[in-house]
Design a protein around this ligand. Sequence first.
Ligand code: PEP
Length: 260
Amino acid sequence: MRIPLIAGNWKMHMMVRESVNFAKDLWELIKDTKDREVLVCPPFTSLYAVRQAIEGTTIKLGAQNLNWEDAGAFTGAIAPPMLVDVGCEYVIIGHSERRKIWGNSNEDVNKKAHAAIRSGLKPIMCVGETLEEKEADLTRQVVGTQVEVGLKDLTASELKDLVIAYEPVWAIGTGKNDDPAQANKTISFIRDVLGSRFGHNFSQKIRILYGGSVKPDNVDGFMNMSDIDGTLVGGASLKVESFARIVKFKYEEANQDVHR
Ligand code: PEP
């Protein structure tokens, strides 16, 4: 069974006090919602305070990035053991903004995946094609390479807690979400890539999320798809009511067992 994961990526938003208030308010709104995992990924500056605010709840904590070295002269960088120390369970790697703005390559993402796993963090590895790549019919090629290279030299047992987020770059922050059925096809292709590399059983256990303009009014469409195991949410994770509604996504009657 793949437990759905709803993850909020706050990006470079929210001061410490706002982050703490958000976490507490979120818990009040979602505490009766079962059978799904909820994760918030605040900016580094809020991690410690949010960790304390979610104490005693089931909300999980994640970071938005890491450096691949464990310590040393890397001004401005955050090491994986520091994220563990502050209470993170997850870390996002290879987000398209890190790839585009900071030039993270697939090889860099692979180093980050190794570093996360070495420290016991669960990596959420983002993959996705740009608009040009989509229009040139290169989605599978691009995403397949991102998965292959990003997971290079890692074993199935090391990757048991891996999460992949399929986030078409053209859908991030644009209000133009992918069609759920189309996203499901790409995610099913990603599962096949995992299957060829690590075996069918492994591929059936790994959670693959969709991300890209997920909102309260479209989340149900994604979550009723057979291969979509959750969502990575940017903009709509910054308003507590909106994120809470996404957490409370609804299955259609016929799809109660869609992820089982
Ligand atoms: C993201 O940043 O990972 C994301 C999916 O953003 P948005 O939901 O705003 O498109």
